[in-house]
Design a protein around this ligand. Structure first.
Ligand SMILES: Cc1cc2nc3c(=O)[nH]c(=O)nc-3n(C[C@H](O)[C@H](O)[C@H](O)COP(=O)(O)OP(=O)(O)OC[C@H]3O[C@@H](n4cnc5c(N)ncnc54)[C@H](O)[C@@H]3O)c2cc1C
Length: 438
């Protein structure tokens, strides 16, 4: 999905650039001139980077209407991440082409200077070029620390927020340096629409308005360690009627102002009482310190619900559910949601994959929930004893039309997806909830 959206955004940018070559210009194209090509490539990389940056800004404000088409906020963040990487690479190419001037002059000689057309924005050209340079250096640094997974998330989060300011700076750069002739063509329309939408989103982000309509206050009502580094935290939203979620969805939970919001899947199905339960595994700085910092009565910020991980959206009558480690949380909510209507459950082969019995913190509850669902069979796998469970074992005895619903480590997800392909099962039948956004 993310590849398709990125491909389309780039195709639109390339399309409008090509149209700009066809539409009559003050100076006709000089196909054989290296300087003309350099200039065109600067424009092409510039407009492509700008289209992707504006897409990033739109995705950053978490628009509710985009959740379904993009199959959930977790997928939308994956698109956001790859659009970001693409935009920064294009921006670096754009800047690199600018810097190639003296190198090119040594090689093919200096360009023939043509006087610039009179244009009111030309007064700001020098400033726009200068701020563009600074912004590109910031973006390059952001790319490095984003890909360097060990960079602390809480620091990265603040730097990442600054990108809205960088976007506004680049909006000035883009508008001032867009060729005047472009404004009367599709290329100018694209730059204009991207800038307008992106600036509105950047302002919304800087005003702290992202997700405002989905924010709730809640209090911690219980905290219980489950073993294997998993802490179960239950919260009560007030008023209870303000909250509604579908099993499989997640929420951003703020347990400390300085730390900010972290996404966690709702462990329970919605009973209409405003009670939200989360099972939180100690996977990093914040989650490791949580048992010392969270207590009954504490106020919690909840933003959500988000996500579209819902087996009901799939018409396949037979499904394989793969719950690996802490990735069991959405399946627990699904099982709970089916308790009052067992007849609505599809035929399910549920695989709970853990390293050893001590890590299987949901095994007992999962077995009890499955016991009331005749169409659901449960198998618990201990990889320390039997080795990693293979895709063939997960799919054994299922019909070719069975779909797979997966939540767990990314490496395991890739292995299952590849395994499905090797077994001739279309990867479109593989559905995954991503537990990683950066
Ligand atoms: C949709 C979704 C549902 C999730 N559900 C659960 C769940 O039910 N139970 C559970 O234990 N874990 C869940 N996670 C993972 C959980 O959010 C991270 O483990 C947790 O945020 C790590 O925080 P940390 O500061 O302890 O770790 P760090 O070491 O600081 O971060 C490790 C990684 O976690 C991710 N992360 C950290 N903070 C955030 C944040 N604020 N927003 C987005 N990503 C972040 C980043 O990829 C980061 O690189 C879910 C994640 C997502 C995206």
């Amino acid at each position: 999905m993310w590849k398709k959206v990125l491909g389309r955004a780039l195709a639109v940018a390339i399309g409008v650039w090509m149209l700009a070559l066809i539409v009559p210009q003050p100076a006709p194209p000089a196909w054989g001139n290296v300087w003309w090509w350099r200039n065109q490539l600067i424009l092409l990389t510039g407009v492509s980077a700008w289209a992707l940056m504006s897409l990033i800004m739109v995705l950053a404000v978490r628009p509710a209407w985009l959740e379904k088409p993009l199959a959930g906020l977790d997928k939308s963040y994956r698109l956001h991440k790859w659009a970001g990487i693409g935009a920064i690479v294009l921006a670096l190419l754009h800047y690199g082409l600018q810097l190639s001037r003296s190198l090119l002059a040594d090689w093919v000689g200096r360009p023939v200077r043509t006087p610039r057309a009179d244009w009111w924005l030309n007064t700001f050209r020098h400033l726009a070029e200068e701020v563009g340079e600074w912004a590109v250096w910031f973006l390059a640094a952001m790319l490095v620390i984003t890909l360097w997974q060990r960079f602390p998330y809480h620091v990265w989060r603040y730097l990442h927020k600054l990108l809205a300011v960088v976007y506004l700076v680049l909006a000035f750069h883009a508008v001032v340096l867009t060729p005047p002739a472009w404004w009367w063509q599709p290329a100018g329309v694209l730059v204009g629409v991207c800038t307008l939408v992106g600036v509105l989103c950047a302002v919304r982000s800087l005003a702290g308005a992202i997700g405002r309509s989905r924010r709730h206050t809640a209090r911690v009502v219980s905290v219980s360690p489950q073993g294997a580094g998993v802490l179960e935290v239950a919260c009560q939203v007030s008023p209870a009627s303000a909250w509604q979620h579908t099993a499989g969805q997640f929420a951003f939970v703020t347990l400390g102002r300085a730390e900010g919001a972290h996404p966690f899947t709702l462990l329970n199905a919605d009973q209409g009482d405003g009670v939200l339960r989360f099972a939180i595994k100690a996977l990093g700085d914040h989650t490791r310190q949580l048992p010392q910092h969270v207590g009954v009565g504490q106020q919690v910020g909840i933003e959500g619900p988000y996500g579209c991980f819902d087996f009901r959206s799939d018409s396949a009558p037979e499904q394989v559910w793969v719950a690996a480690g802490i990735g069991a949380t959405p399946f627990m909510a699904w099982l709970e949601s089916l308790q009052s209507t067992p007849a609505l459950a599809p035929r399910v082969h549920l695989h709970y994959c853990v390293r050893h019995a001590g890590e299987a913190v949901f095994a007992e509850r999962m077995a009890a929930l499955c016991a009331r669902l005749p169409s659901v069979t449960l198998e618990v796998h201990h990889s320390d004893d039997a080795g990693p469970v293979t895709p063939a074992a997960l799919l054994a005895g299922t019909s070719p039309s069975a779909s797979v619903w997966f939540c767990g480590p990314q490496g395991f997800a890739e292995a299952v997806r590849r395994g499905m392909e090797q077994l001739g099962r279309p990867s479109a039948r593989f559905h995954q909830e991503l537990f990683q956004m950066r």
